[in-house]
Design a protein around this ligand. Structure first.
Ligand code: NAG
Ligand code: NAG
Ligand code: NAG
Length: 534
């Protein structure tokens, strides 16, 4: 049975799709015209250039330099603290900090390294046990860090301080990293723009008028601005990859289930757990595997072979240009250009042909997402909105929101209302899950050990504040890979003529993170990867 058959048996959905196509096209034209007009006169303005050279050292290199005592942990930590102080006023990305604790920890690292400086054996042992020794890191605010606030942008959690560390936090601390800040998110992490009634709105470091994305928007913005070396985000529907794209950095959504999810707010129920992933975000491609190796479950790090070498000459390259669905905007030239420039480079570099794919089931990304995320079942968004300690009356809040009298943002309230208008029957839901399984199986077999799929990050240029929310459905380009549970690297490709970041997604078979990170490293050398804001 094909997707077409599904629509034959579900005529309402079929007609909706047909009617929706021209309406969506018109809608996108109007939205783009409005924002184009609104920002017609605005000159692009972003964070000041980075003046401290210490901010250009990758985490991987920093660990090595620290061990050789060519670099002091305290100097590195101070450099990042200074940069946060310089940029946070405008980008509003670092929302909780503990500078003194970070400096203390850095001093201890320096002292210990001085002590064992002449003992190679001890040094090797230290770096084996603590591969992040002495480097500063930041964490998305919705992941619990003992002693830090963890609100997930939910107003009624505004004073809740964590009493425990999430497992991923415990692991980076065990590995010797120094947490300097936690970073902003949208309310409940349920939007693709990082704005909430607890901390405010995060901005894009390359252009304040544009969104930093969400939900790991604070992380993306701070790393892109050079205010953090690397960090940890989470991804349910593109929440690591979209902010990584918009802020010009690398982001890795690992294979589903590889990284433990405890200590994440909101807590996700079982069925959705296969789609939510915690993963690394960084300015340098090689730091992705360094950090993933630390936070992943040991049984999976074995399976992923992160530390073994990859032979790119054996690579097979596939690509897809767009999703054909009335729910998304048609793909723009900028996005196509990025895909073409990457496949052309890979084809010539490794003397292979790039194969264009058409995966008919992929075009139904949102339908599959809706079914697999089991939306419309409890806990509802309206319960998450009060930390699952009750249920919000959404219509009441909708009336209050325009007057600033609600604790919740209008977009979230509307999303909550929409969620309860379930359109899928149980039967449809299981059919769609079967399609998901089939697509996953087919793609995994096709990509297998050496294959990568190059795919647009997003169908249009980086949206302005507000424009992103109006175009949320474009996130189908990202959420398809949550549905399928495949690993994806968001790979930056330097800046375009307007000085804004560009990039593509690199997708691999399950547990093949090693290969997609290696391809990202190759593209970073060729196209420059993260480019400092100027
Ligand atoms: C960054 O700005 C936000 C919003 O003004 C604020 O809540 C936060 O405390 C600031 N962070 C730092 C490190 O000053
Ligand atoms: C949790 O994190 C804090 C730093 O935020 C650290 O001091 C502590 O050792 C960690 N582990 C435990 C078990 O508290
Ligand atoms: C990892 O290495 C093992 C042993 O060399 C191999 O069996 C396995 O297929 C490798 N996994 C991947 C994803 O390449």
């Amino acid at each position: 049975m094909q997707m077409e058959d599904f629509y034959e048996s579900n005529l309402l959905a079929k007609w909706l799709r047909i009617i929706l196509s021209p309406l969506m096209a018109l809608y996108c034209i109007l939205v783009n015209l409005f924002f184009g007009f609104k920002h017609y006169q605005t000159k692009r303005k972003g964070v000041p250039p980075i003046s401290n050279d210490l901010l250009f050292i990758s985490a991987t290199d920093a660990v090595e330099k620290l061990a050789k005592r060519e670099l002091r942990s305290l100097d590195l930590v101070n450099a990042y603290i200074d940069r946060i102080e310089e940029v946070n006023k405008t980008i509003v990305a670092a929302v909780n900090v503990d500078y003194e604790a970070a400096r203390d920890q850095a001093r201890q690292c320096d002292k210990f390294l001085d002590q064992i400086a002449d003992n190679d054996e001890q040094l090797v042992k230290l770096l084996k046990e603590k591969p992040l020794y002495g480097v500063p890191i930041t964490i998305k605010e919705c992941i619990k860090i003992k002693g830090f606030k963890c609100t997930a942008g939910i107003k009624c959690r505004k004073d809740s301080v964590s009493e425990v560390n999430a497992t991923v936090v415990e692991r980076v601390l065990q590995a010797g990293a120094i947490i300097i800040a936690s970073t902003n998110v949208p309310e409940m992490c349920a939007r693709l723009e990082s704005i909430n009634n607890v901390y405010g709105q995060t901005r894009n470091p390359y252009d304040y008028a544009r969104t930093a994305g969400g939900s790991s928007g604070g992380e993306g913005s701070l790393i892109g601005a050079g205010g953090s070396l690397f960090g940890i985000g989470s991804d349910f529907a593109g929440s690591i990859r979209l902010p990584s794209f918009f802020n010009g950095i690398f982001g890795l959504k690992p294979t589903g289930g590889v990284v433990p999810l405890d200590g994440h707010i909101p807590k996700i129920s079982t069925i959705r757990q296969q789609m939510l992933c915690i993963g690394p975000m960084s300015r340098y491609a090689k730091d992705l595997s360094l950090l993933l190796h630390v936070i992943a479950d040991p049984e999976h790090t074995g399976k992923m072979n992160l530390t073994s070498t990859v032979d790119l000459t054996q690579i097979k390259v596939f690509y897809m240009e767009k999703l054909v669905t009335p729910l998304c905007e048609d793909v723009h030239d900028v996005s196509l250009k990025s895909v073409h420039k990457v496949i052309k480079n890979l084809a010539t570099s490794f003397d292979v042909a790039a194969h264009r794919l058409d995966l008919p089931l992929a075009h139904f990304a949102w339908e599959m997402f809706y079914a697999c995320a089991d939306l419309g079942t409890r806990p509802f968004l309206s319960e998450y909105m009060v930390d699952c300690k009750g249920d919000v009356n959404l219509y009441n809040e909708l009336l209050k929101a325009p007057f600033g009298k609600s604790d919740h943002s209008t977009a979230i309230i509307l999303l909550g209302i929409l969620e309860k208008q379930s359109v899928l029957r149980k039967k449809d839901q299981s059919t769609l899950s079967l399609y998901r399984d089939r697509l996953k199986r087919e793609l995994s077999e096709l990509l297998s050990k050496n294959g990568v799929l190059i795919f647009p990050s997003f169908p249009c240029p980086i949206p302005f504040h507000g424009q992103m929310t109006l175009k949320s459905l474009n996130a189908a380009y990202a959420c398809l890979w949550n549905v399928l549970g495949l690993p994806v690297v968001q790979c930056p490709l330097g800046l375009d003529f307007d000085g804004l970041p560009t990039g593509v997604q690199i997708i691999g078979a399950p547990y093949n993170e090693r290969l997609i990170v290696e391809v990202a490293k190759h593209l970073e050398q060729r196209f420059g990867g993260w480019a400092a804001p100027k």
